[in-house]
Design a binder for this molecule. Structure first.
Ligand code: ZN
Length: 461
């Protein structure tokens, strides 16, 4: 059996790993590189294998850095079967279509720019909406948690709930060929235990080889309960001052989780019942609708809410803001509103308009609830910038800035170590983490041979 690595190699994005066994080639994930212009450009490079020769793609979850290069794979000749859980398939659909739309817009922008400079070079998007739609045709069987799937003679796989986002999975592949038996567990992204929405991550059984994520392999998260209280305090204090609360948010998982906590806060009378909440993100609205279609994916108490006809993502003052004009109308609200909008790192999207209209006001607040990479607008505000430039206008930062760290959708160092310890693999490949984080994490692993593969490296296992 051979394992090779084609993304998320000493970095957190672009997950793509290949398993060769029983005469088949299996990819686990085919994600996009994200975070900087250089990384964006890497998406267009060769995969390091021939897409036409891949038989299966096993998709762990719908985040862009795990499914975002699937349409490119199809565009370049992949004709095999993509297997995912039902929720992942639905979420991946909107993620891939949105990515295609952004790629098309970027290509049009570059084309206009080069035309202005007298160049008429050929510029085409990484992939188009049509490529994304074609990719949907390659989704075959639906994976159900804990049910063994036969891919080919001697090749089987089982999806286990990873508790990271709706539909997310760790995938264990079993291979028997030439009198040899091997098992490999791919962690996907591992979630947190003890969350109110999703079930706890299921740890795979003992296997020979583990390929695991290490996003937070060097740190521990703050507890969730105090973070939720901190969110309530931030909202109440802001309303007292007569301002708005702007929450830059990721469309998948974080937005739904926040809706759930806001609803709970109102029910427990920790937040005012008259509070007006605006989810100002068409993508987050679509994702929330998909979240409501999969009550089977939730932790017991939340699943019970669905059974009782309750909607855990609804609250009295909630508004879904689809149209651009309705989004712009929010600029006239001076106080008493919670506005959730993307992008989470404020690199684009509607949140930039809300920042422009609220950052300069003493009475408003901006609450950051997610990761903010170096170089992003979110990072500059978090780091205490006194002025920022938004749409060419310099805006003084007078609003109160909160950074609440307990909402991560990723397991922390100790949870990752516990996950690994229970599997006891002879061999471990670390992926999906910064190089330095991986080194620190590797030093804590015991009784296993550890590799931190580079792009294109191939191993006999
Ligand atoms: Zn993820």
């Amino acid at each position: 059996m051979k394992l090779s690595f084609h993304g998320a190699d000493r970095g957190v994005t672009g997950s793509c790993h290949m398993l060769e066994c029983a005469g088949k080639r299996v990819l686990v994930d085919c994600g996009m590189y994200q975070g900087s212009r250089e990384l964006d450009e890497e998406n267009a490079e060769a995969f390091g294998f021939d897409p036409a020769e891949i038989d299966f793609v096993l998709l762990t979850h719908a985040h862009l850095d795990h499914c975002g290069r699937l349409p490119l794979l199809v565009k370049r000749g992949f004709r095999g079967e993509i297997i995912a859980t039902a929720a992942t398939r639905e979420l991946a659909r909107i993620i891939m279509l949105d990515a295609a739309h952004l790629e098309e817009e970027e290509a049009r922008y570059q084309l206009r720019k080069s035309a202005r400079h007298g160049n008429h070079k050929h510029i085409e998007p990484l992939y188009s909406t049509l490529d994304a739609l074609n990719t949907l045709e390659n989704f075959g069987r639906t994976a159900h948690y804990n049910q063994m799937l036969t891919l080919a003679p001697g090749l089987r796989a089982v999806y286990l709930d990873a508790g990271h986002i709706l539909g997310s999975a760790s995938i264990v592949v079993y291979c028997e060929a030439g009198g040899q038996r091997r098992s490999v567990a791919f962690s996907g992204d591992i979630g947190n235990a003890g969350r109110p929405l999703l079930r706890d991550p299921v740890v795979p059984p003992k296997v020979d080889v583990v390929v695991m994520e290490t996003t937070y392999g060097d740190r521990l998260h703050k507890a969730l309960a105090p973070s939720v209280e901190e969110l309530y305090d931030a909202i109440n204090a802001t309303f007292k001052r007569g301002g708005n609360v702007i929450i830059p948010t990721f469309a998948l998982e974080r937005a739904q989780e926040l809706l759930f906590y806001l609803r709970t806060g109102v029910l427990q009378e920790k937040l005012p019942g008259s509070m007006q909440v605006f989810l100002d993100s068409p993508m987050a609205i679509s994702a929330t609708k998909i979240y409501k279609r999969h009550p089977d994916c939730y932790e017991t108490a939340t699943a019970q809410l669905f059974r009782e006809g309750e909607d855990p993502f609804d609250l009295p003052g909630l508004h879904f803001v689809q149209e651009t004009a309705a989004s712009m109308a929010l600029n006239r609200l001076t106080g008493g509103a919670v506005i959730m909008a993307g992008s989470g790192m404020c690199t684009g999207g509607r949140v930039r308009h809300h920042l422009k209209h609220n950052l300069w006001r003493n009475e408003s607040s901006v609450v950051f609830v997610g990761f903010a990479a170096e170089g992003t607008l979110a990072r500059r505000i978090i780091d205490g910038a006194e002025r920022v430039t938004i749409y060419g206008e310099e805006i003084p930062v007078r609003a109160k800035i909160y950074t609440i760290n307990g909402f991560s959708a990723h397991a922390d160092r100790d949870e990752l170590l516990a996950w690994h310890r229970r599997i006891q693999p002879a061999r471990t490949f670390l992926v999906h983490g910064e190089a330095e984080v991986m080194r620190q994490f590797a030093a804590r692993l015991e009784d296993t041979v550890v590799d931190m593969p580079e792009r294109g490296q191939r191993f006999d296992v």
